[in-house]
Design a protein around this ligand. Structure first.
Ligand SMILES: Nc1nc2c(ncn2[C@@H]2O[C@H](COP(=O)(O)OP(=O)(O)O)[C@@H](OP(=O)(O)OP(=O)(O)O)[C@H]2O)c(=O)[nH]1
Ligand SMILES: [Mn+2]
Length: 179
C-alpha cells in the first residue's frame, strides 16, 4: 500500500477518535465523523483534489473547533502545513456566534488556496445536509439564513475550484440566495 493511503488512514483514525462521542444535529444523531469524511470525499471525488495535505486537513477540519485537539498536537502528528490549514478554517469559539459568522465572511478571501478548498467542501456538505433534513430545533428561517450566509462566505472563495463552486451556486439558486 502506498504511503499516502497509510497517511490518510492514520488521519481518519485520529479524527474518528477525537469525534467519537459527537453526533450531528439531525434527528437520527448521525455520527459526527460522517461529516469530515464526507468533506474529504467531496474534495477527492467531486473536486478532483489530490493534494494529500488538503485531504488530511479536510478530515481534521473540525477537530480543533469541536474537540480537545490543539494545533500543536496536529503539527506534531501531521506537520505544519496540515496544522495551518486546519487553523485557517477554525472559528474562535469564544466569540459570540454573530461575530464568528461575520469573521468567516471577512476572512474567506484572505485564506490560502488549500484552506479555501476545505471551506468550499465544508459548505457544500453542510448545505446538502440541510436539504436532506433540518437539524433538530432549526426553523425554516434559520435554514434559509444559513444558505444566505454561506453564499456570502462562498463569494469570497471564488476562483478556487470551478466544479465545487458551480455545485454551490446551483444550491444557492434553488434557494434564491445567490449573490
Ligand atoms: N447542516 C447540518 N449541519 C450540522 C449538523 N450537525 C452539525 N452541524 C454543524 O453545524 C454547523 C452549522 O450550524 P450553526 O448553528 O450555523 O453553527 P455553530 O454550530 O458553529 O453554532 C456546521 O459547522 P461547521 O462544519 O463548523 O461549518 P460552518 O457552518 O461553521 O462553516 C455543521 O457542520 C446537521 O445535522 N446538519
Ligand atoms: Mn465542518
Amino acid at each position: 500500500m502506498d504511503s499516502e493511503a497509510v497517511l490518510l488512514l492514520e488521519t481518519v483514525n485520529f479524527a474518528a477518535e477525537k469525534h467519537r462521542n459527537q453526533r450531528r444535529k439531525d434527528a437520527d444523531g448521525t455520527p459526527y465523523i460522517n461529516h469530515p469524511i464526507g468533506v474529504a470525499r467531496i474534495l477527492s471525488h467531486e473536486g478532483g483534489v489530490t493534494d494529500i495535505e488538503v485531504l488530511q486537513a479536510a478530515l481534521l477540519h473540525d477537530t480543533v473547533e469541536d474537540t480537545d485537539t490543539t494545533p500543536a498536537e496536529l503539527e506534531a502528528k501531521f506537520g505544519p502545513t496540515v496544522a495551518r490549514i486546519v487553523e485557517e478554517v477554525t472559528d474562535e469559539k469564544s466569540l459570540p456566534k454573530q461575530e464568528r459568522k461575520r469573521l468567516q465572511v471577512e476572512h474567506a478571501p484572505h485564506c490560502s488556496r488549500q484552506a479555501k478548498l476545505v471551506k468550499l467542501a465544508d459548505k457544500l456538505y453542510n448545505l446538502r445536509d440541510l436539504n436532506r433534513c433540518t437539524p433538530v430545533g432549526w426553523t425554516a428561517e434559520r435554514v434559509q439564513e444559513y444558505f444566505v450566509w454561506a453564499s456570502e462566505v462562498v463569494k469570497g472563495l471564488k476562483g478556487t475550484n470551478p466544479v465545487l463552486e458551480e455545485k454551490l451556486e446551483e444550491l444557492f439558486r434553488q434557494r434564491g440566495a445567490q449573490f
